[in-house]
Design a protein around this ligand. Structure first.
Ligand SMILES: [Zn+2]
Length: 112
């Protein structure tokens, strides 16, 4: 699948990234889950764990420093991913469109 977002909206106040897709779907992804599921090798805990995510973290209310989490920038990486720079300075993760879509579907389905 080579689906690219048609629109990305960052809502700092509610700590959510809204992604619109060509199929008309709009996904609402909380920063906390995005940050905790950062796809970089350090955040995943090793090369053997790449691509393994903890999607239940999208439903956890942030506490402590995570309550202050902001998205400083969001840049396209080619046609397949975005790179997010977080307010904690981390920006090693390349969030692939296909993963974001899958996460959005998961979060949307659970919210009913
Ligand atoms: Zn990371």
């Amino acid at each position: 699948m080579s689906m690219q977002p048609t629109k990305l909206d960052v809502f700092q106040s509610t700590q959510q990234l809204h992604i619109e897709w060509p199929d008309g779907k709009i996904h609402e992804l909380p920063f906390f889950g995005l940050r905790k599921n950062c796809p970089c090798v350090v955040c995943r805990g090793g090369h053997e764990k790449m691509g393994q995510f903890e999607l239940e973290l999208f439903f956890v209310q942030p506490t402590g420093l995570m309550e202050e989490l902001r998205m400083k920038s969001l840049k396209a990486v080619g046609r397949h991913a975005i790179r997010i720079t977080w307010s904690d300075g981390h920006n090693d993760g390349m969030y692939r469109h296909e993963d974001l879509y899958e996460w959005g579907e998961y979060v949307g389905a659970k919210q009913g």
